[in-house]
Structures are given as C-alpha cells and as structure tokens.
Design a protein around this ligand. Structure first.
Ligand code: ADP
Ligand code: MG
Length: 238
C-alpha cells in the first residue's frame, strides 16, 4: 500500500505562498520524480507529504485515509536524506537496527529485516563495519537500509545523490531503480537533474514556482512537452 493524494494543498511561509493550490495523485508502487529548478518547491512539497512541514490549507490522503494532521512518525513514510546522518560509533548492523529498536520491534524480527535489507542493498559483507570504513555509496545504502527495515508505505528521497561524485551517482541511480523493482514500494524522488528524472521515473512531475507544469511519463514529456518550460527542461525542442 502506498497511494498518496494531495487535494488543494497550499503552503505559505509568512506572506509568501510557495505552493499554490495543488492536486496530485501518486499511485501505489509508482516511482514518481519531482523535477524543477532550484527554489521551485520540490523539497517543500516532499516535506509536506512527510509531515515535516504543516500544510497551510488542503488535505493529504495516504491510502485513502486523511493524513493531514497525522504526525510524521505515524504516516508510515520513510524520508531518505542527502546527508547520511549515520552514527559513526555504531556498526552498520546497529545503524540499520536503530529505528527498529526505538520502535520496539522484537529481536528476531529485527534480525530478519536487517538480513533482507542487507541482501537487497548488497551490504551483507559490511554489516560489522563502522560508517567510517565505507565508501560514500555504501554509506548512502546504509541510510536507505535504515528506511527499508521500517517497511514504509513509501520512500521519499530528497536529492539523495547530490553529495556523490558523477561516477558513483550513475551506479546509485541504477541501484535505487533496482531496489524499487524489488520492493515494488511507492517512491518519490526529488531532483533537479533531468537525466535522473528521465532514467528513473515512471511518472515525472515538472514544477515551476510551486506550480505543476506537467505530469507524465518520461516519453510523454519528451515527445509532447506542454510548453517551452517543460521542453527546455526535459523535452525535445519544440
Ligand atoms: P527546491 O527544493 O525546489 O530547491 P524549496 O522547497 O527548498 O525548493 O523552496 C521553495 C521556496 O520556499 C523557496 O523560495 C525557498 O526560499 C522557500 N522556503 C523553503 N523553506 C522555507 C522556510 N522554512 N521559510 C521560508 N521560506 C522557505
Ligand atoms: Mg530542495
């Protein structure tokens, strides 16, 4: 399960409305990419979905239930941040176990979920290492592993690869896509990189100044961009 629906959602910071009324449905299992220039509201939109920011008006539904006033920890969503925020003194295993420990998941179940996550992320041989003994890409995988074990209804990624060098980024892009195929869980992925959007998305949401300019598959946007802005951003020249 992992359908997310935004109905007439707005967000203002003081007097400034950064998200005008916005409607969007993300289907269960879909890999949706929010793309658009810096400052267009991608992170804000993701944080509204996660519950890390309060919406100013409108409603958010998760799997058909009103989640507008549900606190972030109870939404069943996992936010993967671009900074890894791993505990340097804990092993990979303990880092991955940490959120389950906090949630009181029984030890056997913890073990099972850690093994599955490690397998899905090719981390099985690294479970006893400390974050300092891992590469950037491996640390990013541990951060994702920490989300997987919570078995969320959806993963929310905010430019998770922007700290990595170009070569690593390509590899991680593929890994996240493979992970999506394996888990079949809803993923929302924020990026300002059109290549990431085109190669990873089932559905792309093109944002400009808090507005949705167009929603469609990579092919639809490429071949039939609605306007110059979309064309300039991902489409073929019109
Ligand atoms: P993006 O992630 O697409 O770069 P953001 O969602 O971070 O864009 O920002 C969208 C707009 O909202 C920007 O104009 C930004 O300055 C503004 N903004 C974001 N967070 C805050 C905040 N906490 N207070 C005031 N303005 C904010
Ligand atoms: Mg951002």
């Amino acid at each position: 399960m992992g359908q997310i629906k935004l109905n007439q959602v707005t967000k203002s910071f003081g007097e400034v409305e950064v998200i005008p009324p916005l409607d969007l449905t993300i289907e269960d299992g879909e890999f949706t990419v929010f793309v658009g220039p810096s400052g267009c509201g991608k992170s804000t939109l993701l944080r509204l979905i996660a519950g890390l920011e309060d919406i100013t008006s409108g409603h958010i539904e998760i799997d058909g239930a009103d989640a507008t006033n549900v606190p972030p920890a109870k939404r069943g969503l996992a936010m993967v941040f671009q900074s890894y925020a791993l505990y340097p003194h804990m092993s990979v295993r303990k880092n991955i176990a940490f959120p389950m420990k906090m949630a009181g998941v029984p030890e056997d179940e913890q073990k099972r979920r850690i093994e599955n996550a490690a397998k899905a992320l090719n981390l099985t041989d690294y479970l006893d290492r400390k974050p300092g003994q891992l590469s950037g890409g491996q640390r990013q995988r541990v951060a994702i592993g920490r989300s997987i074990v919570r078995e969320p209804a959806a993963f929310l990624f905010d430019e998770p690869l922007s700290n990595l060098d170009a070569a690593l980024r390509v590899g991680m892009r593929l890994e996240i896509s493979e992970l999506h195929k394996r888990l079949e869980t809803t993923m929302i992925y924020v990026t300002h990189d059109q290549v990431e959007a085109m190669t990873m998305a089932d559905k792309i949401v093109v944002l400009r100044a808090g507005f949705i300019e167009q929603v469609g598959s990579p092919l639809e946007l490429y071949h039939e961009p609605r306007n110059e802005f979309v064309a300039g951003f991902i489409g073929s020249p019109k």
